[in-house]
Design a protein around this ligand. Structure first.
Ligand SMILES: *Cc1c(COP(=O)(O)O)cnc(C)c1O
Length: 398
């Protein structure tokens, strides 16, 4: 019996047959652009927007080209522009500060706790510096949203949610993305539904969503949208808003609709894998598992643990030993950015001052993807490998 893992951490499941059939139908009729419809046909993109609005409980939804585009559009629709400051998480990925920089604004980084949610004390201390918070639910960890909204509402700060890792998730029964003015989602291959690239934006704010629709490049065809504010809302907005094209096409929407219908079932499969890892790693000496509130209805498409206060050499040793056994772990604390992982101080275009408490957490975060191509047995094996290698290095350190 082998004790090494041989699966791939980057291999997602194939596109389901219903999605392939829907995509083939779009390619056969050739009307891929969302505004290219025949007769009374309703575009796949329009249907996806209606279904996603229903799934999240939002009034309005807009399908766009990427999660990053969803965020820049939300920022613009909230009036963020050149030189404005925008609060955001220090623990996030490059597209988040990148979206802020894209509109000419400047990120103000807010720290993270060891449970991988935004640090409320640091947020409170910095809240006066900006009018908008782009809150990243990084790796699917959701903070106490009622408390967050209370802090932001009291300070007059608008919240935009980056839900790239929380599509299908909830806080206290309310969908992630429905607490702030906008929720921004990604349908990129590594997220919860897969169209290669793509994004979705939800809101209940009619004016802001009308601006977002015009921004996305709807020309004067906004009336063909169904999960959109009524045409009269566009009266002035259609003249005042620039077209910054970033629409989603019907091919991607066709691929996504069957996957969206499957999302609750897929979320349960992710969480079953997470539970096996969680059990397998519980009480491992030297290893901290982020705690989750029972109000958090998460979708665990990835797994994190912390090696808090370990030396870089010891962490490097754990990673090397796990890698030798087929378990690919990412380390946020690495001094130089690699692959998808980087730290706030590696985004040199954005000014930052050191945050010692956050640096301590970031230095210890170990991250891994949890693709649904892993079986529950795979997850148990991965947990045994990590447990053994962390324990061996931890013992040797003493
Ligand atoms: C992937 C990702 C995004 C943006 O998604 P794209 O569709 O790749 O632009 C935003 N935030 C986080 C945290 C992400 O991981």
């Amino acid at each position: 019996m082998t004790t090494d893992f041989t699966g791939s951490f980057t291999q997602q499941e194939p596109i389901p047959p219903a999605a392939i059939a829907a995509a083939t139908a779009v390619m056969q009729h050739g009307r891929l652009h969302r505004y290219n419809t025949a007769g009374d046909e309703v575009a796949e993109t329009v249907l996806l927007e209606q279904e996603f609005a229903a799934a999240t409980g939002a009034q309005y939804c807009l399908a766009v080209a990427s999660g990053g585009y969803a965020m820049t559009t939300a920022l613009r629709a909230c009036g963020v522009g050149h030189g404005d400051k925008v609060l955001t998480n220090a623990f996030t990925l490059a597209p988040v500060p990148g979206a802020i920089a894209a509109v000419g604004a400047v990120p103000v980084f807010v720290g993270t706790t060891a449970d991988l949610v935004i640090d409320f004390d640091d947020l409170q201390a910095k809240i006066g510096q900006a009018r908008v918070l782009l809150l990243s639910h990084m790796r699917g960890h959701i903070c106490d949203m009622a408390r967050l909204m209370a802090i932001c509402d009291a300070a007059g700060v608008t919240v935009i949610e980056d839900c790239a890792h929380t599509m299908g998730a909830t806080w206290d029964g309310i969908a992630s993305g429905r607490w702030g003015r906008f929720g921004c989602y990604s349908t990129q291959t590594y997220k919860h539904i897969n169209s290669g690239e793509g994004g979705l934006l939800v809101s209940d704010d009619a004016q802001a969503m009308a601006r977002a629709i015009m921004l996305s490049g709807s020309y004067m065809l906004y009336h063909t949208h169904r999960a959109a504010p009524p045409p009269e809302i566009f009266a002035d907005i259609r003249y005042d808003t620039p077209n910054i094209s970033g629409r989603m096409d019907n091919l991607r929407a066709a691929i996504l609709r069957p996957q969206l219908a499957d999302l609750p079932a897929q979320a349960a499969r992710w969480n079953a894998r997470y539970a096996v890892l969680q059990d397998g790693l519980a009480d491992t000496p030297g290893l901290y598992l982020p705690q989750r509130d029972r109000r958090e209805g998460f979708v665990a498409s990835s797994f994190q643990f912390l090696l808090l206060d370990w030396t870089p050499e010891a962490i490097t040793e754990v990673l090397a030993r796990c890698a030798a056994r087929g378990v690919e772990l990412k380390w946020f604390g690495r001094s130089d950015p690699v692959g998808f992982t980087s730290r706030y101080d590696s985004w040199r275009y954005a000014p930052s001052t050191p945050m010692p408490a956050t640096d301590r957490v970031l230095a210890g975060i170990i991250d891994m993807r949890l693709p649904l191509t892993f079986t529950l047995d795979d997850c148990a094996l991965i947990a045994r490998i990590i447990r053994a290698e962390v324990s061996a290095v931890f013992q040797a350190q003493k």
